[in-house]
Write a protein that binds this ligand. Structure first.
Ligand SMILES: NC(=O)c1ccc[n+]([C@@H]2O[C@H](COP(=O)([O-])OP(=O)(O)OC[C@H]3O[C@@H](n4cnc5c(N)ncnc54)[C@H](OP(=O)(O)O)[C@@H]3O)[C@@H](O)[C@H]2O)c1
Length: 347
């Protein structure tokens, strides 16, 4: 990892000077309107699912957050359970805000979510009003915020009436604890119902957050067309397939990589067939004069219906590589055909 001298745990923030943002932070980033709302989001957003927890190096992820903001990334994506340990990414982000980034609060879109397992007992997961309200209060406390910009229902709950979950989202906006609401991991049918209920409550759904990459195109047939028709934005998570769509695994599995460290990306996924496919995609990227990560992000952003891609990063260098995508977003038909051929041949 090209990171700094790493100390895991709570940093001594008094030792370092407070952060001051670059005057050039808005020089290059591209912003897209989120659906038919008034909100613009940067085409690259930063996600704090991994690498920002209490097991990670504060000095490293603090630098990643500052590099993001210095380059026009105004959108930071969190959830109650991000860590590990769950909740620690929000606590750490709160510390980063206190250390200077928070001065720019009005220039930032900070999101959080609730839906997955967070605390013991019957009220610590899924989609009840009880859970969503309590969880957001906890998230605000951890980050030291009065409000988040977007609050998400992190996943649909098969056992809670959708009216209850959407009603809680609408009331959260009315209480001023979130400016907008969104849903995540809802399929097209569930999304259609959720949008209709939120419309009735006069709190429109701003955005859907869905997994989308060259390697996972489930959103294409029904969800993306629905969101476009309804004027709802779409932000794509895991756009690099957790690092598979980069140069990370071209020469084995590095010890500091997600596949080596984390059960969310299994070592066994990285088969010789997959590496051969990634190599072919890497060759196409090189012909375009891009890294594979840049090409994979550009490939998603070619669809104007996608507002932003939420990338993860374990180093500033990775983030800076991904940001470079904005220099070359266009594809020739031939390049698209070549990519499709690689993806189809290896299904
Ligand atoms: N709503 C949901 O249910 C949900 C689910 C998952 C994620 N998300 C959101 O989406 C965000 C991104 O997810 P993700 O971390 O899976 O995204 P990703 O961008 O697909 O993968 C990030 C990983 O790819 C590697 N990487 C990133 N840039 C690279 C580069 N330029 N060159 C080489 N390797 C690079 C790093 O792996 P190494 O760590 O191995 O270096 C990094 O940790 C999350 O933080 C979260 O905010 C939401």
């Amino acid at each position: 990892m090209d990171s700094v001298n790493c100390k895991v745990g709570t940093p001594n923030l008094h030792a370092a000077l407070p952060y001051v943002a670059s005057d050039h932070r808005y020089d290059n980033m591209i912003y897209r309107r989120c659906g038919k709302s008034g909100l613009l989001l940067p085409v690259i957003s930063l996600g704090l699912w991994h690498n920002f927890g209490s097991v990670d190096c504060f000095e490293n992820f603090e630098k990643i957050a500052y590099a993001a903001f210095d380059n026009g990334i105004t959108h930071f994506d969190l959830a109650n359970n991000y860590g590990p340990v769950p909740g620690s990414a929000e606590e750490n982000f709160g510390r980063i805000l206190k250390h200077g980034l928070g001065v720019y609060r009005d220039e930032m879109i900070i999101t959080t979510k609730a839906g997955y397992d967070m605390w013991p007992g019957p009220y610590g997961e899924w989609g009840s009003r009880k859970y969503l309200m309590a969880s957001l209060n906890q998230s605000l406390k951890r980050m030291g915020l009065d409000y988040v910009d977007i609050f998400y229902s992190h996943r649909p709950d098969p056992n809670t009436p959708l009216e209850e979950t959407m009603g809680a989202l609408a009331d959260i906006v009315r209480q001023g604890k979130a400016l907008y609401v969104g849903i995540s991991n809802y399929d097209a049918e569930q999304t259609e119902k959720a949008l209709a209920i939120l419309k009735e409550y006069k709190v429109p759904c701003l955005v859907h957050q869905a997994r989308y990459s060259m390697m996972d195109r489930w959103t294409e047939p029904a969800l993306l067309p629905l969101l476009k028709k309804e004027g709802v934005g779409m932000v794509a998570f895991s756009p690099l397939a957790q690092g598979l769509l980069t140069n990370r695994y071209l020469n084995g599995i590095p010890e500091d990589s997600r596949a080596a460290k984390n059960h969310f990306l299994q070592r066994s996924t990285i088969t010789p067939e997959l590496v051969a496919q990634i190599q072919q995609l890497n060759d196409i990227a090189q012909r375009r004069g891009q890294s594979l990560a840049e090409m994979a992000l550009a490939w998603i952003l070619k669809d104007e219906g996608v507002t932003s891609v939420i990338v993860g990063a374990s180093s500033v260098n990775q983030l800076m590589d991904s940001i470079k995508v904005i220099e070359h977003l266009e594809f020739s038909q031939e390049e698209l055909n070549d990519i499709d051929k690689v993806l189809k041949n290896n299904k």
